[in-house]
Ligand binder design. Structure first.
Ligand SMILES: Nc1ncnc2c1ncn2[C@@H]1O[C@H](COP(=O)(O)OP(=O)(O)OP(=O)(O)O)[C@@H](O)[C@H]1O
Length: 218
């Protein structure tokens, strides 16, 4: 049987919290070298979808297939307040069994927070915590990256730099899925899905369903 061409393949995924049916048959298929987005209103189930995709919670039904290593940047940074930025980087490097500090150094420079490397997390601003959160997801250069509102708290320069980093990853064949509740990033993405009523619909760069006539307003 030929190998699936997809880096991430999601088929008819369902997830409910008790009687609240959040995902009601989500399907999406992303090839390597894709920068994709999922948008949706607050509470539409974006984080739930990502948590299912990364395996943090189980789907009630449906299938998720992934090729290669995974990086996940959760919406809430999971950091240890008592440790410094450098200590986090060392900790994750050991967990990922990485040699050298190359990738971490690159990301510290690219996201402009090298000056905080010896600062404990409890003393960092929200935006700098988020830079560390993102860096930890990217550290092992995973094949599939799931990023849940990865730029919240970023200043404008860092926000733009984030998209440069994401585009470079895509150009190197990585599959990057970014969750946002804003559609204005649409033209930076190769593929955009809107999550509504528990299903994901592909949207075009104008923020309309792909089967809608151009210029149509919904
Ligand atoms: N652990 C949980 N237990 C029960 N209900 C939950 C749980 N997690 C999320 N929900 C509910 O599921 C729905 C979807 O939540 P989710 O966090 O996935 O949405 P979201 O689209 O990521 O929202 P936001 O844009 O506000 O981050 C919401 O109604 C939320 O209250």
């Amino acid at each position: 049987m030929p190998a699936t061409p997809y880096a991430l393949s999601v088929r008819d995924v369902h997830k409910a919290y008790r009687s609240r049916r959040v995902l009601r048959g989500v399907s999406l298929h992303l090839e390597p070298g894709t920068l994709a987005g999922v948008v949706g209103e607050n509470g539409s189930g974006k984080s739930t979808l990502l948590r299912v995709l990364c395996g943090q919670i189980a789907a009630d039904a449906g299938e998720v297939k992934r090729r290669g290593s995974l990086g996940y940047c959760p919406q809430e940074a999971v950091l240890n307040d008592a440790l410094t930025v450098d200590q986090h980087l060392r900790w994750f490097r050991t967990a990922y069994r990485l040699d050298g500090t190359g990738r971490a150094e690159e990301l510290l420079e690219e996201l402009h927070f090298a000056e905080y490397r010896h600062t404990r997390v409890e003393e960092l601003s929200g935006g700098t915590r988020q830079k560390l959160n993102l860096t930890l997801a990217l550290l092992h250069d995973p094949h599939v990256l799931l990023l849940d509102e990865p730029y919240q708290g970023f200043d404008w320069e860092t926000y733009l730099r984030f998209w440069e980093v994401a585009a470079r990853l895509r150009d190197r064949g990585r599959c990057v899925l970014v969750v946002s509740h804003m559609a204005w990033d649409a033209d930076r993405l190769d593929v955009l899905h809107r999550l509504r009523d528990g299903v994901a619909t592909p949207w075009n760069a104008e923020g309309q369903p792909v089967d809608a006539p151009r210029g149509a307003v919904r």
